[in-house]
Design a protein around this ligand. Structure first.
Ligand code: NDP
Length: 329
């Protein structure tokens, strides 16, 4: 038997979440690698799954947890053998396939990547999908040719998981980062991560003009809706915005003006189905470039039991940085 969070759908359509015990026979049959989880995390999407606030879970009952790190216990996959250290992010785990907020999981070997040399399970999950997505966003800015000397980079949702890691990465690479937050009392935290300036997210969250004063060479947005639209309206001629999230909303009430008059580029970022080569490259850069002291400052450790109470908080925007879950505590 092992400990797990289990989600069930109630008759009224709402979600019941409990900490319970499962046995291996309850793990999904369509997996070729059985793993011991050391750490998982609570991402925004896990908050949606546990609370049932959005239809993230599409198979019941479900163990949530889109991220996991630990060791392989048993494998019939040619690339994986007992004792191998792995990281799992996405692929529908915690949505359509039982996830990693548990001490054990059965996964597909094709979904796993090797944990970079020297990176602990805890560090991998302190980074988690949020941090890996921050790296995908930061790498996209570089691939699009945005250089540190080109001008300021706006990071929205700055005190959240994606935002906090993005600030640490980009400032570490020498970019001038401006953090947009609803938590102005966290300005010292954001500056310690590397933000040169902190602005109130209220300046971006309401409907605005299609073209505004040019300011940003690049944008890392995890908020969507009017915030993304205003950020794009403020991108300098030829600049780049990346979009990965929907913390304000899934809508995109924009005009084409910044694209057709300023040559602005909008780059979509997806972590869930990203191909293996892209994941491995992002995790290698996280291992080499993310300052461990900054990651420590971002991270709070909780237990599986705590995860149930913290899930609504992440949706309410009340969580600072990253929640790493010690599933064995
Ligand atoms: P967090 O909850 O940790 O961070 C989101 C932050 O957004 C909050 O901390 C808050 O920051 C800000 N925010 C919250 N509510 C609002 C609002 N109503 N209006 C404006 N800002 C708001 O979540 P994550 O960092 O884990 O994820 C961020 C987003 O990115 C989510 O939507 C998530 O689903 C998405 N995501 C997408 C991925 C992909 O593959 N495309 C992968 C990972 C995440 P502050 O208080 O500082 O303003």
């Amino acid at each position: 038997m092992f400990n797990a969070i289990l989600l069930n759908r109630k008759e009224d359509g709402s979600t019941a979440a409990q900490l319970t015990q499962l046995d291996d026979a309850q793990l999904p049959a369509d997996g070729d690698v059985t793993v011991a989880i050391d750490y998982s995390t609570i991402n925004y999407k896990d908050g949606l799954a546990i609370t049932g606030k959005a239809p993230v879970v599409r198979k019941w009952p479900m163990v949530p947890g889109i991220d996991g790190a630990g060791q392989v216990l048993e494998s019939s996959h040619p690339d994986w053998k007992p004792g191998d250290a792995f990281i799992l992010n996405g692929w529908g785990v915690g949505e359509t396939h039982m996830g990693c907020l548990a001490q054990r999981a059965r996964l597909k070997g094709d979904w796993l990547i090797r944990r970079p040399q020297g990176m602990s399970s805890r560090t991998a999950m302190a980074i988690g999908t949020a941090g890996y997505t921050a790296m995908l966003s930061a790498l996209a800015l570089r691939e699009q040719g945005v250089e540190p000397g080109d001008g300021e980079i706006l990071v929205t949702g700055a005190s959240g998981g994606v935002g906090s890691v993005a600030i640490a990465i980009l400032s570490g690479w020498g970019y001038q980062v401006v953090a947009s937050t609803g938590k102005l009392d966290e300005a010292d935290y954001l500056k310690a991560l590397g933000a040169a300036e902190v602005i109130d997210r209220a300046t971006l969250s309401a409907p605005g003009k299609p073209l505004q004063k040019e300011r940003w060479a690049g944008v890392v947005d995890s908020v969507g809706s009017h915030t993304l639209v205003n950020a794009i309206a403020q991108v300098r001629y030829g600049g780049v915005a990346t979009a990965c999230g929907l913390a304000q909303g899934l809508d995109f009430p924009a005009s084409v003006a910044p694209f057709i008059l300023r040559g602005v580029r909008l780059i979509g970022i997806d972590s869930v189905m990203a191909p293996a080569a892209k994941r491995i490259a992002a995790w290698q850069r996280l291992a080499s470039d993310l300052d461990p002291a900054k990651l420590d400052a971002i991270t709070s450790e909780i237990t599986l039991g705590d995860a149930l109470a913290r899930a609504p908080e992440i949706l309410a925007g009340k969580v600072r940085g990253r929640l790493v879950v010690n599933v064995n505590a």
